[in-house]
Design a protein around this ligand. Structure first.
Ligand SMILES: C[S@@+](CC[C@H](N)C(=O)[O-])C[C@H]1O[C@@H](n2cnc3c(N)ncnc32)[C@H](O)[C@@H]1O
Length: 429
């Protein structure tokens, strides 16, 4: 087995480290997300230019040895460079007037040998004139360099759209207050963060050392310290669910990001559930795109929250008193497969339709989406679908702004008005 230090260790003149299943899935997601990001933002063909900054804060050496031992697998910096270039080509197919993705890349790497490997690799793959112009190779720790990178992004003409790829291999290199700095200083920031839950769990205990570390991470007040040992010894899904609810709430709240996805990466063929892949943004659409990718990569992600609507933050005693439910009932594991899809749709329908009745007044579909926010594993399309039966059978009527009646959930637009029928459906009485 490859040790963690060797897993991310590059030396010029030697073979790069082997790719592992987690990284493969991460890379697949980064690539797909960048593709969709550019497609969505350039969906209006009148837009000629997209100004974008890509910050790879934990860049690594830039390539891996593939499983077959003879090929190479691109690391995140090369994936970013190639994906943006490919999308730019795709945007211009059949066009006379060219459209442009004006991207600037910041590749940060702390380890001197890894940095040298990365510099040589990138230097060999791009025109020399690009280094220092649209590609910044930054040696040092992300925490120390992020300030000047943010300042540079803010100076760029054309906006502050920036994707921060923060692929730390542990859990403490990107403290939550640093996320807050990013979101409060860069208007169009999005963060894709890996978070090694296994390492944190091994370390967590109700001791001064553990509390201090969590305090440094800005997350101490989100841990239910008193119940920690009991939850840990309960093990399995109960523990996964509790830690996901509490820490996810902390990361999201402290970061100040309005939208999030926070799920476990579960590579095929592996029983481990070691990492979270966290996406933070201020855009509902961005979150929806990421959610769609989770469903497309069904078997590689999982969660231990409710399958339809969930609440982050969980204090065992308070929850038991409030719900009468024992914590051991919580924590079913879900993938993003057909079963989870069905549960999500049924659950959303069972909760949303009565909630619309309870409002007692017409409401915009957009307000329903806004209200649900990120507290569901469902996509916006799944939320539409969950209202389909109620709209078709008239339990809920839906009208466009011009008064046109909607007859299917799938055609709902954010400005549509939803009105509960006069008679509450018998099933919800
Ligand atoms: C998980 S690897 C990155 C892999 C890379 N993102 C990829 O997908 O190909 C983490 C890298 O971050 C570097 N690193 C660790 N701490 C760092 C820090 N504080 N700032 C910047 N780089 C750091 C490590 O040397 C290592 O190369």
């Amino acid at each position: 087995m490859v040790k963690r230090d060797e897993k991310y260790s590059w030396h010029v003149g030697s073979c790069p480290p082997p790719i592992d299943p987690h990284s493969r899935i991460k890379h697949q997601l980064v690539k797909s997300y960048l593709e969709r990001y550019i497609q969505v933002l350039m969906s209006n063909f009148l837009i000629e230019k997209l100004t974008l900054s890509v910050v790879d804060g934990f860049a690594g050496g830039g390539e891996y040895a593939a499983e077959n031992g003879s090929d190479f697998h691109d690391g995140s910096p090369l994936i970013a460079l190639k994906t943006v270039a490919e999308q730019q080509v795709a945007l211009n197919v059949g066009r006379q007037k060219l459209r442009h993705v004006d991207a600037k890349y910041y590749f940060v790497e702390k380890d001197p040998e890894n940095f040298t490997y990365l510099s040589r690799l990138v230097g060999a793959r791009v025109d020399a004139g690009r280094i220092g112009r649209d590609i910044e190779l930054v040696r040092g720790s992300f925490q120390q360099r992020v300030g000047s990178i943010i300042a540079d992004i803010r100076k760029r003409a054309g906006g502050e759209r920036a994707i921060f790829l923060l692929d730390q291999y542990s859990y403490d290199q990107v403290p939550a207050p640093l996320l807050k700095t990013i979101f409060s200083s860069v208007k169009g920031a999005e963060v894709l963060l890996t978070f090694n839950v296994d390492s944190l769990i091994t370390f967590l205990s109700n001791t001064e050392k553990s509390r201090k570390k969590l305090e440094e991470m800005g997350l101490d007040r989100y841990i239910d310290w008193e119940s920690l040992n009991r939850l840990k010894s309960a093990g399995g899904n109960v523990w996964r669910s509790a830690i996901q609810r509490n820490l996810a709430k902390g990361l999201v709240e402290v970061s100040g990001a309005r939208h999030y996805t926070i799920f476990y990466i579960t590579p095929m063929g592996s029983t481990s559930w070691t990492y979270w892949l966290v996406h933070l943004s201020n855009s509902f659409k961005a979150r929806d795109v990421m959610m769609e990718l989770h469903w497309q990569n069904a078997n590689h992600f999982s969660h231990y929250l409710e399958p339809d609507l969930f609440t982050l933050g969980y204090r065992t005693d308070a929850d038991r008193d409030a719900t009468g439910q024992d914590e051991f009932d919580l924590g079913d594991g879900h993938h993003f497969d057909a079963i989870a899809n069905r549960r999500c749709l049924d659950g959303l329908a069972a909760k949303l339709v009565p909630a619309i009745y309870d409002l007692g007044a017409p409401t915009q579909f957009g307000s329903v989406l806004e209200e649900i926010g990120s507290s569901t594993p469902g996509t916006a399309d799944m939320i539409r679908l969950s209202l389909d039966a109620a709209i078709r059978n008239g339990d809920i009527s839906a009208a466009a702004a011009d008064g046109a009646k909607r007859t299917r959930g799938s055609t709902l637009k954010p400005a549509d008005i939803l009105t509960a029928g006069k008679q509450r459906p018998i099933i919800f009485l």
